[in-house]
Structure formats: C-alpha cells, structure tokens
Design a protein around this ligand. Structure first.
Ligand SMILES: *[C@@H]1O[C@H](CO)[C@@H](O)[C@H](O)[C@H]1NC(C)=O
Ligand SMILES: *[C@@H]1O[C@H](CO)[C@@H](O)[C@H](O)[C@H]1NC(C)=O
Ligand SMILES: *[C@@H]1O[C@H](CO)[C@@H](O)[C@H](O)[C@H]1NC(C)=O
Ligand SMILES: *[C@@H]1O[C@H](CO)[C@@H](O)[C@H](O)[C@H]1NC(C)=O
Ligand SMILES: *[C@@H]1O[C@H](CO)[C@@H](O)[C@H](O)[C@H]1NC(C)=O
Ligand SMILES: *[C@@H]1O[C@H](CO)[C@@H](O)[C@H](O)[C@H]1NC(C)=O
Ligand SMILES: *[C@@H]1O[C@H](CO)[C@@H](O)[C@H](O)[C@H]1NC(C)=O
Ligand SMILES: *[C@@H]1O[C@H](CO)[C@@H](O)[C@H](O)[C@H]1NC(C)=O
Ligand SMILES: *[C@@H]1O[C@H](CO)[C@@H](O)[C@H](O)[C@H]1NC(C)=O
Ligand SMILES: *[C@@H]1O[C@H](CO)[C@@H](O)[C@H](O)[C@H]1NC(C)=O
Ligand SMILES: *[C@@H]1O[C@H](CO)[C@@H](O)[C@H](O)[C@H]1NC(C)=O
Length: 836
C-alpha cells in the first residue's frame, strides 16, 4: 500500500509539473547562456532569483540588504539562506527548487529548507562544506539520509525532524565534533543510537523522539556533561534507567516517555538537580518514587503517569516549589495525598488519577489558585468535596471515588469540565452547574433529581477489583459483540433488545414496569420500547420524516410529551452487514461523546427485528434544507449563519481534540448538520465516524459525501482529522454562499477567482452585512473556510485552531468591507472597517 501510494504521489507530482509553466524568469540584465562567463556572485543571484521565494518587487541588486531570509558576507556572497517566513509568495516554494544547484552558494553557513513540501533534496548540498546549520525539517523526505554527514565537518545544528526518513542513524554523526543541536525526531529511524554519539561532547540538545529506535537506553550518552535537552520519547528503548548520571549535570529537560523502560527509578536521579522537566510517563517503571526526587528543586514538570509505580507519594515532592505539572496517574500508588503538597503554590495540573489513593481531598487544594486542572478520578477518596475547589479550576475530574455530601455551588467562570460520576453525592444539583459546558453526575444515587442513578451491575463492576485501565468504549464494544452474537442466534428467539447496562436505573421494579427493554440517559424521563412502537404506530409511514443513508427517520411523540427522532433500519437493510456495522458504529461513537453541538443519542435497540436509534429531535432539519428553502434561507441572517459555523467548529474540535482516541466524523456535510427551533446547531450522522486508533494506519475505504471529501483521500486513503477540516471548510463556504460552492473550490488558486470581491460571493438572497460585527464575522468565516480548503492537509488549521479563532476578539479593522477580495483573505491579515 505504501509503495502504491508513493507511486501515486510521484504521478501527481509529474502531472503538477507538466501543467505548470515552469519557466525561469531571469534577473534583469543577465542572460541564461552566459553561465561560463558570469561571476560566482552572479551565479548566486541567478540561483536566488530562480528559487521564486520572493515576490517580484524584491530587486535582486539589493539581495544582501533587505531581502528577508538572506544574509551575505562583506564580499556580497550569500552566507545565510532561509525562506522568507512572512512573504505573501509562499505558494509552491518547492516547485523550482529541484532545478537549482545549491553548490553555487559556496559560502553558505546557514541553510534552512524546512517546511517546503520537499520530496527530495536539491542538487549540490553535499558541497556546502562551510555549513554550520542545516535545517531540512518538516518535509516529505524519505528513505535514508541521502548524503554523508562527513561532508559537513563544521555542522553545529542539524535538524531533519518531521520527515519520513528510515534506516539507521548514520554512524558518522560521531565525527561532528562541533554539533550542538541534533534533531531527528518524528521520522522512522530504527536500530540503536550509534555509540559514536558519545564522542560528541559539545552536544547540548538531543531530540530523537517519535522514531522506532530500540536497544538499551544509551547510558554513556545520558551522562554527557553538556547535555541540556534529551528527548528520546516514543521509541522502543528497553532496559533500566542508568545510575551513572554525573554530578552537576547540565541536564534541564529529560523526556523518556513512551518507551519500555523498566526497573526502579534510581535514587541517583536526585543528582540531576538542574532538571526543569522530567517525563518518564508511559514506561514500565516499578517500585516507589524515591525521596531524592525532592532534590530536583528547579523542576516545573514531573510526569510519572502510566507506569507500575507503587508505594505512596513521597512528601519530599512538597519541596519542588516551582512545580506546575505533576502527573502520577495510572500507577499503583496508595496512601494519602501528602499535606506537604500544599506548598506547591504554582501547581497548574495535578493528576493522580487511577491509583489507590485514599483519605479525603485536602481542603488546601482550594487555596492553590493556579491549579486549574485537577484529576483525582479512579481512587478511593472519601469525605466531601472541599469548598472552593471549583472556583479557579477549568477541568475537574473526581469521578469513581467514594465522595459524599453535596456538590459545591461556588463555581468559577472558567470551569468547563466537571466529572463527578460514580460517587455517593447527595442533596440538590446546584443550578450553577448549568453554566458548565460539560458536567457529568451519573451514578450518584442519592442526588435529589433521581436521574443520576445507575444499575447494580455497574456498581458491582466498580466496587469489585479496581480496574486501572478501564475504558468505557471497551464495554460498549463488548456489548456490541454480544449484540451481534444474539442477533446471529435470533432464530432461537431471544426476543429482547440489547441495551447499555451502563446507565440503567437501579430500581428494577421501575424498569420492569416498562419491560426493561432499554433505558435512556441524559434525558429527563424514561422511554420504553412499547412507547416507541405506540408513538409511531409500529413505524407507520405517516411518522416518517426522511430517509437517510442508512434507514428511515421517524418522529415520535412520547406519552411524556417529548418528541424524539428515531432512525430505523429496514429489515432488508439490517441484514446488510455494512448497514448494521454503521449502526453499531454510531452507537459506539455517540455514547462516548456529549457536547452541546453534537446530537444526543437517548437510547438504542439492536435486534434484527427492531433495530433503531433514539435521538433528540431537531425541529428545523438539516442546514442543507434550510439553505435550499427560499423562506428559511431569508431567516438565516449573517449572525445566525456565523453561529451555525461556530457551533459546528466547536463540535468538531471537541471530537478531534477532547476525545481519546480522537473521533473523525468522515461525513461532514450540510445534510448532517441539523438545526433546532432556535437555529442552534447539532452535528449528526456518525454512521461512518471513526475512532482514530493511534496504532493502526487509519487507512480506509473512501466514504463521505461527494463534494465534501478532502482531495487527498482520493490517493492516500488515510483518514486524519484534517479530512473533517476540509469538509468543514466546504460547509462554511456553502453557508456563506447559500449553496454548495461546487467547482468554485477548484478555481480558488486562479487569479480570476482571487480577484473576486467577497461581497460578490455571499448569498445574494439576504442583504449584505451592515453592522461592523457582522462584516467582521463574515470575513472571518470566509477566511477560515479558505484556510480549511487548502489542498495540502498540513496547511489546513486544526479544528481547535478554528474554534479558538471564534473565541478570540478580533483586532481593530483597516479595510472597507466592500473592498475585501478573495486574494486578501487567502494571503493577508485582513481587518475590516465599516466605511462604505
Ligand atoms: C548567448 O546567447 C546569445 C544570443 O541569445 C548569443 O549571441 C551569445 O553568443 C551567447 N553567448 C554564449 C557565451 O554562448
Ligand atoms: C534595482 O536596484 C538598482 C540599484 O539599486 C537600480 O539601478 C535598478 O533600477 C533597480 N531595478 C528595479 C527593477 O527597480
Ligand atoms: C572576501 O574578499 C577578500 C578580498 O577582498 C578575500 O581575501 C576573502 O577571502 C574573501 N572572502 C570570502 C569569504 O570569499
Ligand atoms: C528548523 O525549522 C523549523 C521550522 O521552520 C523550526 O521550527 C525549527 O526550530 C528549526 N530547527 C532548529 C534547530 O533551529
Ligand atoms: C514527552 O514526549 C512526549 C512524546 O513525544 C510528549 O507527548 C510529551 O509532551 C513530552 N513531555 C513533555 C513534558 O514535554
Ligand atoms: C558525586 O557526588 C557524590 C556525593 O555528593 C560523591 O560521592 C561522588 O563521588 C560524586 N561523583 C562524581 C563523579 O563526582
Ligand atoms: C535552578 O535555577 C536557578 C535559576 O533559575 C539557577 O540559578 C540554579 O543554578 C538552578 N539549579 C539549581 C540546582 O538550583
Ligand atoms: C512494589 O512493587 C514491587 C514489585 O514491583 C514489590 O516488590 C513491592 O513489594 C511493592 N511495594 C509495595 C509497597 O507494594
Ligand atoms: C479565568 O481565566 C482568566 C484567563 O486565564 C483569568 O484571568 C481569571 O483569573 C480566571 N478566573 C478565575 C476565577 O480564576
Ligand atoms: C461522608 O462519609 C463519612 C464516612 O466516610 C461520614 O463520616 C460523613 O458523615 C459523611 N458525610 C455526609 C455529609 O454524608
Ligand atoms: C451513600 O450515602 C448514603 C446517605 O447519603 C448512605 O446511606 C450510604 O451508606 C452511602 N453509601 C456508601 C457506599 O458510602
């Protein structure tokens, strides 16, 4: 598959070359054929000009004076070369570079070819003997490093990170006796770290994270005296932590996270007393945390989570008064939270989740005003939640403990996530909770509202042996497997629907009254199977409100007065394994996420005779229909349209960045974006969504809706969150234009499209924005949409960035709205003024 893909890539490149006019513009006053007669300086000028990194306004005669990214020696010869970062001319920097022989830049000491989309390196690099800095990071370079490091004896900085290099780390690296910074991270290097590296005593920064290196941890390298940064994270290093750390080591930053390092944490670690960051998480370290950790007085981050550490938290950690992040989650630590931690007044993140900590949550925790991220879930903490703990915090997870008493009603403005599931809290649910974006209270049977109860089976699972690496999705998966087994045995006549035990109510008598067929969570009432059948007269066609990709959608008014939407597979469809799979998929995904802008799944029934999902009902239907309808489209004024885009961005950002593993929707389109009567938005239809498994290749068949699918999916078939970003861009542009942009997207790079004014692109059915806020918002949305539509997935912003863009207030404005062109939105920062 990889070979196939790379062949395709090459073909695509060839096509690109064939279609672009790759002529070379010569600098004024020079002639192409005169190469033998031109001076070395003119050759440099040629080559520089032919790179096309600078716009035509830059006068080649002034290259040593005011060209960004260029520096020369006194003789006018170029010594430093890097692409101008702020240029408007960044488009296709890689296009011409292949034609240029870099050996003409014979005095070059500093060469930055990072972030250029290069598939191969240009000619002549190897002759640049004077190089002290070579940065070729963030390209698409593959195979082994294509030059000998012996060519660059003066090298001090060597950065090849973020490429696809394979093979061993070259042995010659040991010959670079001036090397200060070596960054090989985010590649696919394998084998061991060459021992020769231990001769490079000048080395300060060593980054080899995210490769496939193995072997014992190189202890001789870790004891290099000058080292300040060592990042070997995400490899497969084995063995134990060395005890040979030198006294007075300069080491500031040691990251060995995500390897297979075992044994105990040696007491000698206390010698590394200049350490600022220590990350040993995701290894197989056992035994206790040594008291000597308290010698690392400069530490600001200590990460020991996801190991097999036992014993209690040493009180000496209280000496680490600069500490900002302390993560000890997923270990076997017991004992109390030591009182000495009270001195950690700079602490921002405290994670001791999923251990066996007992006792109560200390009151002083509320006095740590910097502490915004508190994760104590999955322990045996008892007593009450301290007053004030929710005032300064942003993220608080106290779930799966034995906390009692009431929920504090003092809730700070910044709190956005509060998880109190599985405790023994009582009293009223404070109404202040409603201001929190995400809060969870399930399985607190004594809360007054009564809907936070859960089943016996769940209680048993939790009070039984402690499962440290419990994952809710695995339960759902098991249920789905059970469901499919039941279905395959349906002829035996097992006639009940399989339901999620997780949120089932405790009181069996109540449940039995409704047949115990399924239950509903996150919803103020119970729905029984019979109610559904009754409300739809056994799925009578009269109640059908639409037909989706995988079945029909019905509207059901329940006896309680609530209206729900039902998606039902027809019998023939339910026998089709792919429809069935997509149904299960939707259940799996939607039971894991809860977000204001993501449709809520109230329950489901998975049985071949009745296979349906129960959702909240959204009155206004899809965005597509709303835009297509002349009257409804009028009602969608600019503010409402911008809000729809915002809500969609929040939903996708939540799926991509706040779910573990991240969830990719894969079918974002205006059909799957629903609106309620207030025109608030919910993303729906998760039938094709995928949990992004970090260990698999995420390669897949092409799914999605024509016109919304990211272009790279046609040849990589690799699902990433950036595919959703592209589809989001289409939807955002569609919402602004009033119809699907269609061919318009493929013409975005054409001058004729770039010259268009934004006002001429907007939906003509509603008046142009009048208020300054609307103008600014509309311009902002179009700009973001265009960024999301970049054909290169790497240049698309993440959904998190898009969502954040909506949260920040925008700077003052400088351009008249009616003058803003597409070109400006693609290439410049634009601030609108409301001068007409
Ligand atoms: C360069 O080309 C010009 C015409 O284009 C020709 O007159 C001249 O002799 C050529 N010079 C060399 C050195 O080939
Ligand atoms: C470039 O600069 C030189 C000298 O500064 C000047 O003579 C020449 O006219 C300039 N060329 C352009 C196209 O501006
Ligand atoms: C610069 O020119 C001087 C003579 O003017 C020469 O001695 C020196 O080697 C040159 N330097 C470089 C780097 O070419
Ligand atoms: C190399 O370039 C990348 C991207 O421009 C930059 O982030 C990185 O800091 C550079 N590496 C070094 C060692 O300067
Ligand atoms: C250590 O490396 C891992 C993996 O590369 C990274 O996720 C983590 O943020 C790093 N730790 C610190 C403290 O920077
Ligand atoms: C490190 O310090 C300890 C005591 O502080 C001393 O016993 C040991 O010899 C020192 N090691 C080196 C290599 O200097
Ligand atoms: C800690 O940091 C301070 C300044 O930030 C520095 O002076 C000191 O040498 C560092 N190391 C130790 C062991 O305190
Ligand atoms: C901690 O674990 C080690 C083995 O991993 C075991 O030998 C030791 O007894 C344990 N200590 C405690 C306090 O449980
Ligand atoms: C909320 O966050 C803002 C910005 O980080 C901060 O200035 C403010 O003090 C925080 N509010 C509370 C109550 O901590
Ligand atoms: C909470 O539980 C403790 C025992 O763990 C008990 O002493 C205390 O009275 C309980 N408090 C409340 C408010 O129920
Ligand atoms: C939970 O609290 C209730 C009263 O608030 C008490 O009766 C019950 O024993 C507690 N359960 C546990 C497991 O602590």
């Amino acid at each position: 598959m990889a070979i196939y893909t790379s062949i395709l890539m090459v073909l695509i490149q060839l096509l690109l070359c064939a279609s672009s006019n790759s002529y070379t513009i010569l600098p004024p006053g020079t002639q192409r054929n005169a190469t033998s007669k031109v001076s070395p300086l003119d050759k440099e000028a040629y080559a520089l000009f032919s790179l096309h990194w600078w716009s035509i306004q830059y006068n080649i005669s002034n290259r040593c004076n005011n060209w960004p990214g260029v520096e020369c020696n006194n003789n006018g010869s170029i010594t430093k070369l890097s692409p101008p970062k702020d240029s408007t001319y960044t488009f296709k920097r890689d296009l011409y570079i292949r034609d240029i022989d870099f050996s003409v830049f014979s005095n070059l000491v500093h060469l930055d070819l990072s972030q250029m989309d290069l598939y191969e390196l240009p000619l002549g690099l190897s002759s640049l003997k004077k190089l002290t800095l070579l940065n070729i990071s963030s390209n698409n370079l593959q195979d082994e490093i294509p030059f000998s490091l012996a060519n660059f004896p003066q090298l001090m900085v060597f950065d090849v990170s973020n490429n696809l290099f394979t093979g061993q780390i070259p042995h010659e690296i040991g010959m670079l006796e001036n090397l200060v910074t070596l960054d090989l991270s985010f590649n696919m290097f394998s084998g061991t770290i060459p021992l020769s590296l231990s001769h490079v005593t000048s080395l300060n920064h060593l980054r080899i994270s995210n490769n496939q290196l193995d072997g014992e941890l190189p202890s001789t390298i870790l004891s290099l005296f000058q080292l300040k940064t060592v990042d070997l994270s995400r490899n497969r290093f084995l063995g134990k932590l060395p005890t040979t750390f030198v006294n007075n080591s300069q080491l500031r930053n040691l990251n060995l996270s995500d390897n297979r390092i075992g044994g105990y944490i040696p007491c000698e670690i206390g010698k590394l007393d200049n350490l600022v960051v220590l990350d040993l998480s995701l290894n197989q370290l056992a035994g206790p945390i040594p008291d000597q950790i308290g010698c690392l007085k400069n530490l600001t981050s200590l990460h020991l989570d996801s190991n097999w550490i036992n014993g209690s938290i040493p009180s000496s950690i209280g000496l680490l008064t600069h500490l900002k992040e302390l993560t000890l989650g997923f270990n076997h630590i017991d004992g109390l939270i030591p009182a000495e931690l009270e001195h950690l007044v700079h602490l921002k993140v405290l994670d001791i989740s999923n251990n066996a900590i007992f006792g109560s949550i200390p009151k002083w925790i509320s006095a740590l005003t910097q502490l915004t991220d508190i994760r104590l879930q999955g322990n045996q903490l008892c007593g009450v939640i301290p007053y004030g703990i929710l005032i300064h915090s942003i993220h608080v997870d106290l779930s799966r403990n034995h906390l009692n008493g009431s929920i504090p009603s003092q809730i700070g403005y910044n709190l956005s996530y509060l998880d109190l599931n599985h405790n023994n809290l009582s009293g009223k649910k404070p109404k202040e909770l409603e201001s929190i974006r995400f809060y969870y209270l399930y399985c607190n049977p004594f809360l007054d509202d009564g809907y936070y109860d859960c089943s016996d089976s769940q209680d048993q699972r939790d009070s039984g042996h402690h499962n440290h690496h419990f994952s809710p999705s695995s339960i759902v998966l098991v249920l789905i497997i059970v469901a499919s087994v039941l279905i395959s045995f349906s002829s035996i006549g097992i006639g009940i629907c399989v339901l999620r035990a997780r949120y089932r109510r405790k009181h069996k008598n109540k449940a039995a009254k409704h047949g115990d067929l399924f239950s509903i969570w996150n919803y103020d009432g119970k729905i029984a199977f019979e109610d559904i059948i009754e409300a739809t007269q056994d799925f009578d066609i009269r109640y059908c409100i639409g037909t989706g990709a995988y079945g029909s959608v019905y509207k059901a008014k329940l006896p309680s007065g609530k209206t729900v939407a039902l998606k039902k597979l027809h019998k023939t469809e339910s026998e089709n394994p792919s429809y069935y799979k997509s149904f299960c998929n939707e259940v799996e995904v939607l039971t894991e996420i809860r977000h204001r802008n993501i449709i809520r799944l109230y329950g489901y029934c998975l049985h071949n005779r009745c296979m349906f999902l129960v959702y909240e009902y959204l009155e206004r239907g899809s965005l597509f229909c709303n835009l297509a309808d002349e009257i409804e489209a009028q009602e969608l004024n600019w503010r409402k349209r911008v809000n729809i885009i915002k809500g969609t961005a929040y939903a996708l950002a939540h799926m991509h960045h706040h779910c573990t593993p991240p969830i990719v929707h894969r079918d974002v389109s205006s059909n799957n974006i629903l609106l309620n009567s207030e025109l608030e938005v919910c993303v729906s239809d998760f039938g094709t969504a995928r949990l992004l498994d970090p260990d698999s290749s995420n390669q897949t068949l092409l799914v999605g809706t024509y016109g919304y699918v990211a272009p790279e999916l046609a040849y990589t078939m690799c699902v990433t969150t950036k595919c959703d970003v592209y589809s989001f861009g289409v939807v955002a542009l569609e919402t602004m234009m009033g119809h699907h942009p269609g061919e318009f997207i493929s013409t975005l790079t054409k001058p004729s499209t770039q010259q268009l004014l934004v006002k001429d692109v907007l939906d003509p059915r509603i008046p142009l924005p009048k208020s300054r806020k609307d103008m600014q918002d509309v311009v902002h949305v179009v700009k973001l949409a265009l960024a999301c539509l970049s054909s290169d997935p790497k240049s698309r912003p993440s959904m998190q960035v898009v969502a954040n863009e909506f949260l920040v207030s925008k700077a003052p404005i400088h351009v008249s709205f009616s003058d803003v062109s597409m070109y400006q939105l693609m290439n410049q920062e634009v601030y609108v003024i409301d001068k007409n």
